[in-house]
Ligand binder design. Structure first.
Ligand SMILES: [Ca+2]
Length: 228
């Protein structure tokens, strides 16, 4: 990550009152990436509608549903258990429609790869969908801010070693991130001259302010004999 990008990300985050928290591990297999909690299985993304509005999905990618199924890949190189774009000159844009506007605590994105596909680099936009000029699916070349979206934050975990990466975008000091119906990730590849730099996204969580208590994935319980 360049110092310049880091600085601009912090400025962007400050303007939108968003904070980005990153966790990573080279060894863990259950996404315990403190301080980012493990992926949620009952968050608002579960019933959201995911769509690619710009860019090309890699032919070896899993379906969009892998991003919200509350399941994690079984290993560090499982293309079909992840969602990833194919390298192209287009902006790679992925949207989530939550069905209605709701106050959000934040979102969290999880990725896993043994090499150059582990890091996450994306810009996050949000919208309540009410602006007259709102465009639900702004394609390459359309500035999202010009069609009713708010720039929320920029995420870059590419300076972390390969393995599992998690990024949480949340409000500052316990405040909500904002009230959104639509979320959009504009995803960039990690730098890789061989062209294998697009992130293996394993899960994307959207955590609402209201609703049931969030349940997270856990390692299977080990059976142990009762004490006699
Ligand atoms: Ca989830």
């Amino acid at each position: 990550m360049s110092a310049l990008f880091s600085m601009s990300a912090q400025l962007l985050a400050a303007e939108s009152k968003a904070k980005v928290t990153v966790g990573n591990s080279r060894e863990d297999i259950w996404f315990k990436l403190d301080p980012v909690p493990a992926p949620a299985i009952n968050d608002a993304a579960t019933t959201g509608v995911f769509a690619v509005v710009s860019g090309r999905v890699d032919p070896n990618s899993g379906a969009l549903d892998v991003l919200k199924d509350g399941k994690i890949p079984g290993g560090n190189d499982e293309p079909r258990s992840n969602f990833f774009f194919s390298n192209s000159d287009e902006a790679n844009r992925l949207t989530i429609d939550l069905g209605k506007a709701m106050p959000l605590r934040g979102i969290a994105t999880y990725s896993w790869h043994s090499g150059s596909r582990s890091g996450q680099r994306y810009r996050l936009f949000g919208s309540d969908g009410t602006a007259e000029k709102f465009e639900k699916a702004p394609a390459t070349g359309v500035d999202p801010v010009s069609v009713g979206w708010v720039a929320v934050a920029a995420v870059d975990t590419s300076d972390k070693p390969p393995g599992q990466h998690a990024a949480a975008v949340h409000g500052v000091d316990g405040a909500a991130l904002g009230t959104f119906r639509h979320l959009m990730l504009e995803v960039s590849a990690n730098e890789d001259a061989r062209g294998f730099g697009h992130t293996f996204f394993s899960e994307i969580d959207v955590i609402p302010v209201e609703g049931p208590e969030i349940v997270r994935i856990e390692p299977p319980k080990r059976w142990s004999a009762p004490e006699s």
